[in-house]
Design a protein around this ligand. Structure first.
Ligand SMILES: Cc1cn([C@H]2C[C@H](O)[C@@H](COP(=O)(O)OP(=O)(O)O[C@H]3O[C@H](C)C(=O)[C@H](O)[C@H]3O)O2)c(=O)[nH]c1=O
Length: 180
């Protein structure tokens, strides 16, 4: 299992060891001790999520306010997504900056996004099944959105797909309105 930096220092790309043989493949999709050693801290996950989306769907950008901010460990079970994190920690030197990674089921790569980031993704394949662990429970009252295409963030979303967003995400505020 390997960990590498992304454009945002605290957002990490994790590559599990995949064992192929004539039957197919096997991998440990999550190992608590190995994960903690890789990220350098003990991280407790309390919830697993799975969303299925068709081509072009953009879910996000979403985050939960403190004290229920969620860290997320994201992987793709089927298809391909462009997965994005935006640093929304007001005291961070990378506040407002973004990191994007193409995640595919074939690569088995994962993205670790600690608490303090807005998260979203765009589906690049005909459909995608996204599975992610979170470090806190969903809390509807503390859930907030950030505009996916805010020019002040300037996310370079892949072209070639027609973006499909829920009404709630089309109405998300921009970075300037970020709740402190
Ligand atoms: C997030 C969540 C939602 N729900 C219910 C609430 C709605 O009735 C339904 C769909 O929820 P929503 O439209 O918020 O789902 P997404 O747009 O995929 O939201 C997620 O999108 C981005 C990518 C994220 O990183 C977050 O995990 C999350 O905000 O599931 C639950 O019951 N539990 C949950 O943890």
């Amino acid at each position: 299992m390997r960990i590498t930096d992304t454009r945002l220092p605290d957002v990490k790309l994790i590559e599990p060891d995949v064992f192929h043989d004539e039957r197919g493949f096997f991998l440990e999709s999550f190992n608590q001790a190995r994960f903690d050693a890789l990220v350098g801290q003990s991280v407790q996950f309390v919830q697993d999520n799975h969303s299925h989306s068709r081509r072009g769907v953009v879910r996000g950008l979403h985050y939960q306010l403190a004290p229920r901010a969620q860290g997320k460990l994201i992987r793709v079970l089927q298809g391909t997504i462009f997965d994005v994190a935006v640093d929304i920690r007001h005291d961070s030197p990378t506040f407002g900056l973004w990191s994007g990674t193409e995640l595919t089921a074939d690569s088995q790569q994962q993205i670790w996004i600690p608490p303090g980031f807005a998260h979203g993704f765009m589906v690049l394949s005909e459909s995608a099944d996204v599975f992610y662990k979170t470090t806190d429970y969903w809390c509807r009252d503390l859930e907030r959105g950030l505009r996916w295409n805010d020019p002040k963030i300037g996310i370079a979303w892949p072209g070639g797909v027609v973006p499909v967003l829920a009404e709630k995400d089309r109405a998300n505020p921009g970075l300037d309105a970020l709740v402190r």
